[in-house]
Design a protein around this ligand. Sequence first.
Ligand code: LMR
Length: 394
Amino acid sequence: MFNSLQQQPADKILALMQVYKEDPRENKIDLGVGVYKDASGQTPIMQSIKRAEHMLWETQDTKSYVGLTGTPEFSETMIDLVLGDKFDKNLTASAATPGGTGAVRQAFELGKLANPNLRVFVSDPTWPNHLSILKYLGIPVEPYRYFDAKTRAVDFSSMMTDLENAKEGDLILLHGCCHNPTGANLKAPEWDAVIELLLKSGATPMIDIAYQGFGDGLEEDASGVRKLVNSVPETIIAASCSKNFGIYRERTGLLIVVSHDKDARDLNQSTLAFLNRQNFSFPPDHGARLVTMVLSDEELKRSWMEELEAVRTSMLSLRTQLATELEKLSGSNRFGFLADHRGMFSRLGASPEQVNELRENHAVYMVGDSRLNIAGLNSKTVPVLAKAIVDCGI
Ligand code: LMR
């Protein structure tokens, strides 16, 4: 039976991880997969998480099942984090999921359950796995223009023109902050204009927020989402704890459905439980429990916020260093956008050939669309990368 299987397309980001691993060159630089690395190239466990893990080991006395949608405490602390602690939780249904990707997948399934003719509007470009999951689920994709290849900023007027085609029953997928793969983000007035468009069209926003705290700060990165949920009737949010808590392999995420119709809450909640049961039954608990402990203990939370802030500012500093070095070497400020972008990623704007040349001749690994992970750099590799970029004529 299995010899009828067709080879499935490899995920470009994960395939690159493998090629990097197999490269024997000692001076290789990994700017591929979106994982934070410190100056020594390690992805450390945050101290706050380590301490929570220790406490959990000492106090946990059962590994029996929790609930189909995880614990209420995880939902509550995460909703406070994403939507602010003033947000009325009676308006929310939520379910713990295996990572942010699990939440994205459940969100699409929820959309399809609500509307069998669902279309999802996605930014061009977006995280490749959004497209891959949508294709797998047979959900039509409507790309909207997003990135101006010349300025490397958001092409907002084209985005709005394309979103004019959205109507009630469609989902519009937006990145809450730190757009993946471009690093170019909506400004406050642009969020306002998107909200107006949503109200006019009746389309439902879906926010993927996987990097809260990596851009301008924990509160600042959530400001667009917060304004949106207070303005439109319904919103779906897929939140990830992988990056901001550094617990990638623990697979910790939360799907939140906000509805201003209070009567809808129970039905939304039971539908999320049903979807979890069909797909994987109970969500993973370990990471969710650590996050709950960190967010509900004043001292652990303070320590986590400090660690996260150090991660954020180190990436900002690398951005400035790289932009400055490139200005020096290229004699122009055409790479200034690197300092303006936010989050882990920037799209450099190199051709696929130049991306290959960077890999083959300079042992620099970035994703084929020239997305680079800023956190893969350190102060020693910044000048090496800048020289390689200029040498490749980018
Ligand atoms: C990325 O974009 O590199 C990360 O979100 C990791 C992944 O799963 O692709």
